[in-house]
Design a binder for this molecule. Structure first.
Ligand code: IP8
Length: 443
């Protein structure tokens, strides 16, 4: 009986290469996949796919009980060089050939189905230009997370394919500047001493300043303030959990965050500037308290259409803890990296960090610049002589700055300042000096 071996996916930029083994007379069929890592560096250069292909075909032969007296028709493709050589060496009668018909269709269909399962929609069944570019487009939509599924070992991956954009998108994207990210601190937009108490006037003031910057795309993220933190603490949500009681805590917190979000969105509505809430818990998944995935497709699309996306710190799904709290700070820095932002502004009710509380100590000095190298020295100075309540605040602030530095890209600057003063944001965008504490990776 004749055995056929064919491949699919060799010319496709996403996924591994599928190998189908088919006994023509009985229609028995086994399919295997040479995993995509064999098409990435350093494996691709070392052609590890050749040995892996042979290994998989022999596994399939084992399943089908192929014997040495069965002629083996093997497709002529390069990916099967190792299979042809290896089978020859083992004494099989190998006939290099062009495989068409049933096997070709089966293995192509299996490969295309695997692309669909990865989430690539509208993928043509037949290989060719359209299928190829559809895959590149899919990768481009979330390069950060999807590049690992690509055959990045191809010579033209780094030079051409990695940055490929369809023409219509190229035009669109070229005109899109990286957004400025503005984090509204929870203690500015709410009274943190009273449960779920908003500072409506301050919110309106902040939003009016934000909408005044028209020259630049903006993303707004707000903290939880007294809407999120009381409940998060009551139910110890950061730690996660599985109990019904905790899940009710998640439900209440999510509901309160919706209320706060509604107030912020309402303030945008009054200004007449298009803004759209994007629920953080719908686009983020965490692993053990840290963001591991953020689906930015909708956010990017809204930004392109000049909406202001509004996100917040939130209670989100966590694959280790069940759920957790991710702060607006963590989200801001994660977004800054993904969206290549050059400026992130943390809006507070003072124009920066001071050596002591400036409301109580008029001689307190503002710290103009902090880098990772100066962080320890500055915090030691602040901690000396701080009251125990102030020490708590200092400790909280240290955690905040550690979070910021953890995610701060080299070419991005964070400013901690009060943006309510008219024109402050405009100055920041144009690189003009404003009273603020600046955070940078290098001085
Ligand atoms: O105020 C926390 O966000 P943050 C959000 O930015 C919740 O830390 C739900 C407490």
């Amino acid at each position: 009986m004749t055995i056929q071996v064919d491949d699919a996916g060799w010319g496709d930029p996403v996924g591994g290469v599928f190998l189908g083994v088919f006994r023509v007379d009985t229609n028995e069929y086994v399919v295997k996949e040479i995993e995509v890592v064999h098409f990435q560096e350093p494996n691709f250069d070392n052609k590890t796919f050749l040995a892996r292909g042979l290994e998989l075909v022999l596994e399939a032969f084992n399943c089908l009980g192929v014997t040495l007296d069965e002629p083996i028709q093997v497709c002529r493709g390069v990916v099967l060089d190792g299979v042809r050589e290896g089978l020859n060496a083992k004494g099989y009668e190998v006939i290099p050939t062009k495989i068409e018909g049933q096997l070709q269709e089966l293995v192509e269909a299996n490969f295309v189905e695997s692309l669909r399962q990865m989430g690539i929609r509208d993928i043509p069944r037949v290989s060719g230009k359209e299928r190829f570019f559809r895959q590149l487009e899919w990768i481009q939509d979330d390069l950060e997370h999807r590049e690992r599924y690509a055959k990045t070992g191809w010579k033209n991956w780094p030079t051409k394919l990695r940055n490929w954009r369809p023409k219509w998108r190229r035009k669109h994207r070229a005109s899109l500047k990286p957004p400025i990210i503005i984090k509204l601190g929870g203690s500015v937009i709410s009274d943190k001493t009273q449960r779920s108490t908003p500072r409506i006037e301050t919110i309106q003031q902040l939003i009016s300043e934000i909408v005044a910057i028209e020259s630049h795309p903006v993303v707004v993220i707000h903290g939880g303030g007294s809407f999120g933190h009381f409940l998060a603490k009551d139910y110890q949500l950061r730690k996660g959990g599985r109990s019904q009681e905790k899940k009710i805590g998640v439900t209440k917190t999510a509901s309160e965050m919706t209320r706060l979000g509604h107030l912020i969105h309402g303030a945008f509505l009054k200004t007449g500037r298009p803004a759209v809430p994007i629920r953080s818990s719908s686009i983020i998944v965490a692993i053990d308290g840290r963001i591991s995935h953020m689906d930015l497709q909708a956010l990017r699309e809204f930004l392109r259409q000049r909406f202001i996306p509004i996100l917040s710190g939130d209670v989100v799904a966590d694959t280790v803890r069940g759920f957790t709290i991710v702060s607006g700070d963590q989200i801001a820095m994660y977004l800054a990296r993904l969206l290549h932002s050059k400026q992130v502004v943390f809006a507070t009710d003072v124009d920066g960090l001071y050596s002591a509380d400036p409301k109580e100590h008029p001689d307190a000095k503002r710290i103009d610049l902090i880098t990772p190298d100066t962080l320890d020295v500055i915090f030691n100075e602040i901690a000396v002589g701080a009251s125990s309540e102030a020490a708590d605040v200092t400790e909280g602030m240290r955690g905040k700055l550690d979070e910021i530095f953890k995610g701060l890209p080299d070419d991005c600057e964070v400013l901690i300042t009060d943006i309510r003063q008219p024109g402050t944001l405009e100055k920041i965008i144009h690189g003009r000096p404003v009273p603020a504490t600046h955070l940078r990776q290098h001085s």
